[in-house]
Design a protein around this ligand. Structure first.
Ligand SMILES: Nc1ncnc2c1ncn2[C@@H]1O[C@H](COP(=O)(O)OP(=O)(O)OP(=O)(O)O)[C@@H](O)[C@H]1O
Ligand SMILES: [Mg+2]
Length: 247
């Protein structure tokens, strides 16, 4: 099962959600996490540094290496396809390639049987890298920050998803929308109400509360369920992990 974590809006907790879900799923199964963002936050967040000569997502996406040559083991049992800023160059290099939407899908084909769950952390754009993730994925999880402009841009994302379903990947399903950084405020309630009203056919998951513990756990390089046993923070991710594990 390949899960893309996508939203072209920046800072909505895509990477945090990838680490949290990956950590929980890795406690009972095999997980490959793919850093498809040139910012390399997933890579750093899992305590990995890409050395100059190291094979990374850049080499895979530009078809100079296989996934298996680039994967590194991390703590907590998550295997990682790491990325750094070179991946931005890679996205430009494949712009003119025929069939460039399907490179990641093709590269993942030989290793699909090795992992029960493959999580793809997308960059904050709807460019070629994100489209590669959506073309390869079975489902997409959409984190949405409970903030004023949360719904802005969601229409563009849903349109992109519909085009990908129509033209590139008819199997792609929306796993659901995950409200993140939820607070006990009118703003959060407004966002949740609007999501429910606007997205009637899409599952809205239990919101993840806003907490400094997520930044702290990122800094500590630990998935949230290891960093804290605060049920309120872990439970929303646990519920999604359970759903994924049952699919
Ligand atoms: N539930 C939360 N409560 C408070 N802070 C959070 C929460 N989830 C994530 N954060 C923090 O918000 C910031 C953005 O999160 P993250 O990097 O996961 O977002 P992103 O969508 O991957 O960003 P980008 O679009 O730049 O890749 C980080 O500092 C992270 O620690
Ligand atoms: Mg990110």
């Amino acid at each position: 099962m390949i899960i893309a974590i996508a939203n072209q809006k920046g800072g909505v907790a895509k990477t945090t959600s990838t680490i949290c879900l990956g950590g929980i799923l890795a406690s009972s199964g095999t997980v490959l996490a793919i850093d498809l963002d040139p910012q390399g936050n997933l890579t750093t967040g899992l305590g990995v540094e890409v050395a100059d000569e190291q094979i990374s997502c850049y080499d895979v996406i530009t078809e100079q290496a296989e996934v298996i040559d680039a994967v590194v083991a991390t703590k907590f049992g998550i295997s990682l396809l790491p990325a750094d800023i070179n991946l931005a160059k890679g996205e430009t290099e494949i712009l003119m390639k025929v069939g460039n939407f399907y490179i990641l899908k093709e590269k993942l084909a030989p290793i699909l049987k090795q992992y029960q769950h493959i999580l793809i952390d997308c960059p904050p754009s709807l460019g070629l890298l994100t489209v590669n993730a959506l073309a390869a994925a079975d489902v997409v999880l959409i984190p949405v920050q409970c903030q004023f402009f949360a719904l802005k841009g969601l229409a563009a994302l849903l349109e992109t998803l519909a085009s990908v379903q129509k033209r590139l990947n008819p199997q792609l399903r929306i796993l659901g929308v995950l409200p993140t950084m939820a607070e006990n405020t009118v703003m959060t309630q407004d966002v949740l109400d609007s999501l429910k009203k606007r997205l009637q056919d899409i599952r809205i998951f239990e919101p993840v509360p806003k907490s400094i513990k997520f930044s702290e756990s990122n800094l500590a390089g630990e998935p949230i369920h290891i960093y804290t046993n605060d049920k309120k923070l872990v439970q929303p991710y646990g519920a999604i992990a359970n759903l994924i594990a049952e699919m």
